[in-house]
Design a protein around this ligand. Sequence first.
Ligand SMILES: [Zn+2]
Length: 303
Amino acid sequence: MSYGPPVITIDVEDWPQSTWDRSLPITERAVKNTRRVLQLLREIDARATMFVLGKLAERFPQVIKEIQADGHEVACHGHGHLEIGRQSPKEFLADVRRSKDLLEQIIGMQVRGYRAPDFSIVHDTLWALDVLAEAGFEYDSSIVPARLPRYGIAGWPVLPTRVRLNQGGSILEAPLATFQALGRNLPVGGGGYHRLLPGFASRYFARRIMIDAPFVFYCHPYEFDVYELREIPVRVPLAVRFYQGAGRRWFEQRFRSFVGCLGWQTMRDMLLSHSWPEFDPRSLTPDSLGLGKLSTPQSTTVS
Ligand SMILES: [Zn+2]
């Protein structure tokens, strides 16, 4: 079965606030970087799903209108970019409701999708899926089906699934792309991997993954900003500057080649174009660690 071209997703946020210090204000630089990405997407005639941080939308609502006017899907990245594990369910509900309501006021349309800061829906925070359904989201795209030091759930299906919730009902989960090698799932969907791997390797992984599952790609507007880490007035250690800045110089060219060779689709279009199996997270067992594939889908539903 073909799942179509890569799903292009972009987490719209400001590097100093989202990665370094959550208390910092969102800067004009984030707007400039977002506009740069919008211009690039116009040039290559591509549409993406943009997971927008509420804090950015609150300060700069105009750029959210521009995202929508260009035909991209506006989705939600929460309000303050605090990892879910550092919030109670009640605090998390307040955070996502605040950002969803704000985005819907700005664009005048329903916001259907959510992505967690730092992919922080992990085994211990799966309750977040219940909260997202309660807040009215139809899908989530936060889970990396891999065993990683800071995030990921080993054994999670690599296909999108309709996840059974504890409180009844379900929510669609569209996991980030991973590549199975040496018995492990490697997170090759974007970010650092996409900046550091040679372009041909990124395209190879994507083509292989797209045989069995959708390729959910992700990146951030700041990754297109070559000089940010040299110019921002925030004291950041050299090692962090190096890792976070590595590969930004050729990121735009990589992105152009990637989308030019493989095409694009939005998350909403991909999710609506197929039926997805159901998945019950309570079926995750130690035996499933590292496998990352659904062995026997329990049933199918039309999303
Ligand atoms: Zn983020």
